[in-house]
Design a protein around this ligand. Structure first.
Ligand code: ZN
Length: 449
């Protein structure tokens, strides 16, 4: 393998991991190529948020036509079939088991038919492991179905006007059949529906896809949330039907699994109702989506665990922080995607076991230590804070590459450690240690004074 200067060779030290075993073209197209098996369940306890003290946290294996995902697992986000500044082979070397791309962005550019011709997402981007695509609903809807701000989990002190735009400012509108929106690339008018999203995701060819759902904010009214949950259910049913039709029609391709998405914002009864509806359909797994207040994130996973058969893997869409990951894992989350490590890295924000810090600060100009003491990533083995500080100030691409490698490895290793702790029967001990260290100074690694 020839190495570009921006990407290290694949001999990066990392924890041993079963490599994805599938070939580039995957298996036979049979649905039996996708299934989940539980390895270790957390014992029920007084802390259990599920019915009767159930705790749904577990380790397991998601088998896909392109290899296995050992869960709980972190899913790095390669939005446009690329992790910005880091090659897929580098992601594999630092322990990534799978990648998630964005159906909406790939539909816009280069077009889902290009990925289909290329032999699917994995082959197109030179990644032979498992892949996910989201449905595009989040991007289409957050474009403009009215959200002036993204779905802040904390809306304290915000008014509805701060979050939901009035009609003439919107770029997207929801009706019973789907969503009409203006392309942010060129302003042209497009339409997404359950059937269109399924067609796009089948052509992109990821191992795991999500049903097209309507996204709401915590600022939508209760009655809007109720109508939205019912609409999402009707769209889910159409997705299952269209998925079945496309699976039969597009022969000779590896089986693609479809997850239903549970919405319902902060309302326990709506979440439980939505979970029961999604559980009643023939999905391979479930996605937990939509805006949730931070304090309810573990409970929400448990409500869904109460309704969902154990053999359906659960993906938490768009998670953002270390404590949220721990709460979701304890209550049954199996996989987690998150753009934060890469986005933060490009701005110089570095995750460590002792919290975050910004390596661009002047105090690091002459700091020749690694980004994080004790980290096993390629960046920390070969580069200093002073160098990454310099690269980011000089706007050299390698700065983003090195910082991203560290941050992605941070989250992958965090989930590796959590998985090992559940198997070893010491999850609570590990959780206590992680939270005490990471939040010792409010999540900040370097406190002045
Ligand atoms: Zn590192």
């Amino acid at each position: 393998m020839s190495d570009s200067p921006a990407n290290p060779p694949s001999s990066v030290p990392h924890r041993p991991m079963t490599p994805p075993s599938g070939g580039a073209t995957g298996g036979s197209g049979s649905r039996s190529a996708f299934f989940f098996e539980t390895v270790t369940r957390l014992p029920d306890s007084a802390e259990g948020k599920g019915r009767g003290g159930a705790r749904y946290g577990r380790t397991g294996i998601i088998h896909t036509p392109h290899g296995d995902i050992h869960t709980p697992a972190f899913v790095p986000v390669a939005t446009q079939a690329a992790m910005k500044g880091v090659l897929p082979e580098t992601m594999k070397a630092l322990g990534a088991q799978c990648l998630l791309a964005n159906a909406f962005h790939l539909y816009e550019r280069p077009g889902d038919e290009v990925l289909d011709e290329a032999g699917g997402l994995g082959r197109f981007m030179n990644w032979d492991g498992p892949t996910f695509t989201d449905s595009g609903g989040f991007q289409v809807l957050s474009l403009g179905a009215g959200f002036k701000k993204t779905l802040a989990m904390d809306v304290t002190g915000m008014k509805s006007d701060d979050v939901i735009a009035d009609g003439k400012q919107r770029l997207a509108f929801v009706d019973e059949d789907g969503v009409t929106f203006k392309s942010p690339l060129n302003g042209s008018l497009h339409r997404f529906s359950a059937e269109i999203s399924m067609g796009i995701q089948h052509r992109i060819g990821a191992d795991i896809m999500f049903a097209f759902d309507e996204l709401t904010t915590l600022m939508n009214t209760r009655s809007y949330q109720e109508r939205s949950v019912e609409r999402t259910f009707r769209w889910a049913r159409r997705c299952v039907e269209e998925h079945r039709r496309l699976t039969e029609e597009r022969t000779g391709r590896p089986y693609q699994a479809l997850y239903g998405v549970v919405q319902g914002a902060n309302y326990e009864d709506l979440r439980r109702h939505a979970a029961a509806e999604i559980a009643s359909l023939d999905f391979d797994g479930v996605g937990i989506g939509g805006a949730i207040e931070k304090r309810l994130i573990g409970d929400t996973c448990a409500w869904i665990g109460d309704a969902m058969p154990e053999n359906r893997p659960r993906h938490v869409l768009g998670i953002a922080s270390v404590d949220d990951i721990l709460a979701c894992v304890e209550n049954g989350g199996d996989t987690f995607d998150c753009v934060a490590p890469a986005r933060c890295a490009r701005n110089g924000a570095i995750f460590t076991r002792d919290g975050r810090y910004n390596v661009k600060r002047s105090r690091f100009r002459r700091d020749f230590g690694p980004l994080e003491e004790g980290c096993d990533c390629y960046t920390c083995a070969h580069y200093s804070r002073a160098y990454v500080n310099h690269l980011l100030h000089a706007r050299e691409i390698n700065g983003a590459t090195l910082a991203t490698i560290h941050n992605e490895r941070f989250f992958i290793r965090l989930l590796d450690d959590i998985r090992a702790s559940i198997d070893a029967g010491r999850f609570e001990e590990l959780r206590g240690g992680i939270l005490a260290r990471f939040y010792a100074h409010g999540g900040r690694a370097f406190v002045e004074g």
